[in-house]
Design a binder for this molecule. Structure first.
Ligand SMILES: [Zn+2]
Ligand SMILES: [Zn+2]
Length: 210
């Protein structure tokens, strides 16, 4: 079984996801957006141990809570990121552009690459590189559960912004068409901001996909 706890955290109201296995007590955090203590408390309350931090991309609002999650976990969970976003990670995820400062937490030690599979308690998460919002944006597809953790690639009725450093509109549209719309309609899209949606819903109603 895969249990998902979602949070809306930080100055950009970013979705963070705590994904745990009640059977083994293992858990991963996808995008520890902010307030890492709150994520850890939710894990502890369920008897879970955070074993990994996976980043969909390196914008500051998706990793502002990584330091607290790592500091409060023993051993500190390794951080996974696509190498094309390392430069962004080293620049605090662009926090300075918004007049903010963050502690990005432990340096990423796992290179996410398109096509690789991450594992948590026997569940498989396929990595899909989906650049355009940032160069190193990735999504985590869980085919057995019909889930796509898609970061800031696509939202309900909208798409990721492409005006920040490393963003590119045409690249983003290619990513959406090749890496999102190729999935079954019933696939749940658990994104970086706003309510969850599905591939079919966006295929039919998203104004950017017409
Ligand atoms: Zn972003
Ligand atoms: Zn975001």
């Amino acid at each position: 079984m895969l249990e998902i706890v979602s949070f809306v955290l930080g100055p950009a109201a970013t979705n963070a996801y705590l994904i745990g296995s009640p059977e083994t007590g293992e858990a991963v955090v996808i995008d520890p957006a902010w307030d890492g203590d709150r994520i850890l408390a939710a894990a502890a309350g369920r008897g879970w141990r955070v074993t990994n931090i996976w980043l969909t991309h390196a914008h500051f609002d998706h990793l502002g809570g990584a330091a607290a999650v790592a500091d409060g976990s023993s051993p500190p969970p390794p951080v996974a990121l696509h190498p094309d976003d390392y430069w962004l990670w080293r620049n605090e995820g662009g926090a300075g552009l918004f007049g903010l400062k963050i502690d990005p937490g432990p340096e990423p030690t796992i290179d996410l690459r398109h096509g690789m599979t991450m594992h948590m308690a026997g569940h498989s998460f396929e990595v899909r590189h989906a650049p355009g919002h940032s160069r190193g944006s990735v999504m985590f597809h869980v085919p057995d559960h019909g889930l796509l953790f898609c970061g800031d690639v696509i939202f309900q009725g909208s798409i990721g912004r492409t005006d920040l450093p490393g963003g590119d509109f045409k690249t983003l549209m290619d990513s959406i068409h090749n890496q999102v719309l190729t999935l079954p309609d019933e696939t749940r899209l658990l994104n970086g901001h706003g309510p969850e949606t599905t591939v079919g819903e966006e295929r039919r109603h998203n104004p950017f996909l017409r």
